[in-house]
Every structure is written in structure tokens, then in C-alpha cells.
Design a protein around this ligand. Structure first.
Ligand code: S3P
Length: 441
């Protein structure tokens, strides 16, 4: 069957240095903000995955000149709301929630109606979480349900809003921050903690932003209508892509890996905090700060005595895209690990909490679930001795990658459908697995 891979062998030990592809969140934000700057911005090391290339394509449709020269993307911005929009423009956000939601924030002042569509998975996801607050700015938004397709027509009479973000969603927070750029006056946001890349980029671009925070919330004020100049940005590696190799190494015998130049912004490193508590050997070397973002090499060694962990929900947001990988570590731990309030996991590219519970049970792990809390009964001697076929998961890239890591770590004879899903975030995932010695057909 095309697009299906087979893994029939566990991975032997390895000792390698790898580079994962660039950070998806930063790639999308850098390109979107460049479209609002004055002049030609240069983005280097942009992630060339479907989600990011769809962002570039969408901006081109909105009249922004984007060109790839050598390995750099040149984005020609004409300032805030400097779009030239043709009648009946449709933007296809593909699989990307980040693109679909953030671009709505940029379109609050659009002079023509823009329709946003997405693939089957994105069309199932809730957009009211961004359209409801965006409507309060005064912009016109139409959708039949709370999901795509959505039509947006901007207004010249935008007004700033007070917004309380309660889910820990960086997409919601960022969509409102982008809308605030085009809005006169000061938009005030109280947001449950989530990744802060948009805030750091606003600061680097010297946009009028005030930031305060306490343990649980960030308080953000953005004053609109300040033009800013084009910029250069070099995108570092993605910790969400690294996660699969961190876990694979921890679960493999006598192995070591160095993952070079990864973004280790504290709002993203929940996986490192959690896995260290579970006795995994992880260290960060060669730390640097780049335009407010912290980067480093990540070194991981095999872990012999993985232990269970009760994960506090305060770590959920900083590990939100990594839980599928973290659950594999919990499956091999001594003891019972618990994870709480993971409702947001079911709001991703696929219902990941439901899928993870089914997946873990299928590989012989006992799981107890109460609503959005789960307990994973780890088995340090876990070995899979059966045939497993992974299919019908809405082509969620992270489910595909989790299944590959489980197959290479626990054994069994696996068939995994929809290999192309990795193109949304990490097109060279399988190539790197093969470099580590994985046998994949
Ligand atoms: C992202 C935010 C998170 C994350 C997604 C990328 C971003 O989503 O899951 O993969 O770039 O802002 P939510 O904002 O829905 O939590």
C-alpha cells in the first residue's frame, strides 16, 4: 500500500549527532510578521514543511511578494495591513491551526472579504475560540458552524479589546496580539501561560508591548498602529520535532544523541522538565540567546531506570505537543504516572488523548482514564510481540511519529499508514531515523 511504512525490527544502539528541522511556530510567526513590516525581510533556515509553505502561499495570495533566493526567504512587506487583496480570495490553511488562526488576526482590517478553508482535520477544529474575541474588535466574520470555512471582512473602525485567554492557547493569544497591531489604542490581554514567541518577536521588533506575569498568567498590553521595519531572522531547530528523538534515545539501549541548535524557550521545554523527573539523562550544552529566544544542543543518553511521575497540569502548556512522546516514556517507567486536565490534547490535529489511550492499551499498557485525566501503568519490561496496524488517525503527523518511535523501541511488527502526514511539520523524520540505523520499508 503506498504511503504505508513497515517496521519489523527494533533499533540497535546508536551514537549520533543530528539536526532536526526548524521550529514551526517561529517559522510561521516570522513570515507573518515580515508581511506587516516595511521593506524586505530575510528569513533564513525557514522550515520548509506544508504548514509553513502554506503560510507563504497565503501571503502571496494577499499580495505580498515572497521569494526564495538561495536558502533564504525574502518577504516584501508594505507595512501594517499592506495587503492587496483580490475579489473572492480564498486562503487554504491546509492542516495548520497556527496559520488558520493567526492569519485571521492579521485580516481584521482587510478591505475585501477573504475566505479561509482547511483540510479535513483542520475543518473539524474549533475556530470560535478566535473568531469570538476577534469580532469584538469590530471585524466582520461569518461561519456556518464554529469551524472553517470562515469569511472575514475587515473594518476601518477597529476598537481595542480586553481579552481573557483561559485555555493556555498561544494561537488564541497570538491572533489577538496580531489584531491589536492594526487597532488604535491599547488591547489588554490576560492569558493563561503558553508559548511566548509572539511576545518575544514583538519586543525584538520594538513594537509597543508591555509584559507582566505571575505564576499562572501573562498580562500583555499591545498598542496598535506602530509601523516597523523589515528584519532578518534565523530560525532555530524545533523542540517538538526533537521530542521524538529524545524519547527514542532514552528508550534505546546503549545509545546517545546530540541534537544541534534547538529552541529551548522555557515555554516549550516541559518535555525536558518531565523526562528529567522520570530519570532520563538529558543535558543542554552550548546555550545561546538569539533575539530573545534561547537555543542549545540537546544531549540525551539511554535511561536504565525510568520512574513514574505525577505531572502537574502547570506543565501541560509547555509540553502540549510532546505528550504523545512523553506517554511512551511513561509506558516503560516503573510505577504509575499520572497526567491531568489534558482536554486540549483532544483539540489538536486529531483527538490525541483518545488516540493515545487506545494506542497504549493496544501495546499492552494498562491505562485508567477519568475525563481528561489519565494514569499510565508503566512496565519496565515492555515488549510488543504482535502485529499492529496504525490507521484512521486523521493523518496526524505526531501520531505517525509516535507510532514509529514505539515500533523502534518496543518491537512488534508494525504497519503504519499515512507517511505523508510528516510533511506538515517534519518532512525528513524518516531520513533521520534511517541515519540512526532504523530499518523501515
Ligand atoms: C502553537 C500553539 C499550540 C500548539 C501548536 C502550535 C503555536 O496550539 O499545539 O502546535 O504556534 O502557537 P494551541 O494554541 O491551540 O494550544
Amino acid at each position: 500500500m503506498p504511503n504505508q511504512i513497515k517496521i519489523f525490527n527494533k533499533l540497535e544502539s546508536f551514537n549520533k549527532t543530528i539536526e532536526v528541522t526548524s521550529d514551526k511556530s517561529l517559522s510561521i510567526r516570522a513570515v507573518l510578521l515580515a508581511s506587516q513590516a516595511i521593506g524586505v525581510s530575510t528569513i533564513s533556515n525557514l522550515l520548509e514543511s506544508e504548514d509553513v509553505l502554506n503560510t507563504v502561499k497565503s501571503l502571496k495570495k494577499l499580495g505580498i511578494n515572497c521569494k526564495k533566493i538561495g536558502n533564504k526567504y525574502k518577504i516584501h512587506g508594505y507595512g501594517l495591513n499592506g495587503f492587496e487583496i483580490k475579489k473572492k480570495t480564498t486562503i487554504d490553511a491546509g492542516n495548520s491551526g497556527t496559520l488558520g488562526r493567526l492569519i485571521l488576526g492579521l485580516l481584521v482590517k482587510s478591505e475585501k472579504t477573504v475566505k479561509i478553508i482547511g483540510d479535513k482535520s483542520l475543518s473539524k477544529r474549533d475556530f470560535s475560540r478566535v473568531t469570538e474575541p476577534l469580532k469584538k474588535f469590530g471585524t466582520n466574520i461569518k461561519s456556518k458552524k464554529n469551524s472553517l470555512p470562515i469569511e472575514i471582512l475587515g473594518t476601518d473602525f477597529l476598537r481595542p479589546i480586553n481579552y481573557f485567554e483561559t485555555r493556555g492557547s498561544a494561537q488564541c493569544k497570538s491572533a489577538i496580539m496580531l489584531a491589536a497591531l492594526n487597532t488604535p489604542g491599547t488591547t489588554i490581554i490576560k492569558a493563561k501561560k503558553s508559548r511566548n514567541h509572539t511576545e518575544l518577536l514583538f519586543k525584538y521588533l520594538k513594537l509597543p508591548i508591555k509584559l507582566k506575569s505571575n505564576k499562572d498568567f501573562d498580562f500583555i498590553e499591545v498598542t496598535g498602529l506602530k509601523q516597523f521595519n523589515a528584519f532578518n531572522y534565523l530560525v532555530p531547530g524545533d523542540i517538538s520535532s526533537s521530542a521524538f528523538f529524545i524519547v527514542l534515545t532514552a528508550l534505546s539501549k546503549n545509545s546517545k544523541i546530540r541534537i544541534k541548535n534547538v529552541n529551548i524557550n522555557k515555554s516549550r521545554t516541559g518535555i525536558i522538565t518531565i523526562l528529567k523527573k522520570m530519570n532520563c539523562k538529558i543535558s543542554l550544552k552550548n546555550k545561546k540567546i538569539y533575539k530573545g529566544e534561547e537555543t542549545s544542543d540537546i544531549l540525551v543518553e539511554s535511561s536504565k531506570n525510568i520512574k513514574a511521575f505525577s505531572c502537574p497540569s502547570s506543565l501541560n502548556s509547555s509540553a502540549i505537543d510532546e505528550f504523545l512522546a512523553i506517554f511512551l516514556i511513561a509506558a516503560k517507567a516503573k510505577g504509575i504516572s499520572s497526567f491531568k486536565n489534558l482536554g486540549e490534547l483532544n483539540k489538536k490535529e486529531s483527538p490525541r488523548l483518545n488516540i493515545a489511550v487506545r494506542f497504549l492499551k493496544n501495546i499492552g499498557i494498562k491505562v485508567e482514564r477519568q475525563k481528561n485525566d489519565i494514569k499510565i501503568f508503566g512496565n519496565p519490561n515492555l515488549k510488543v510481540n504482535k502485529n499492529i496496524h496504525i490507521k484512521n488517525y486523521l493523518k496526524d503527523h505526531r501520531v505517525f511519529m509516535m507510532a514509529c518511535i514505539a515500533a523502534l523501541s518496543f518491537g512488534g511488527k508494525w504497519k503504519i499508514n499515512d507517511k505523508d502526514s510528516i510533511n506538515t511539520s517534519f518532512p525528513i523524520f524518516i531520513k533521520i531515523l534511517k541515519k540512526l540505523g532504523a530499518k523501515i520499508n
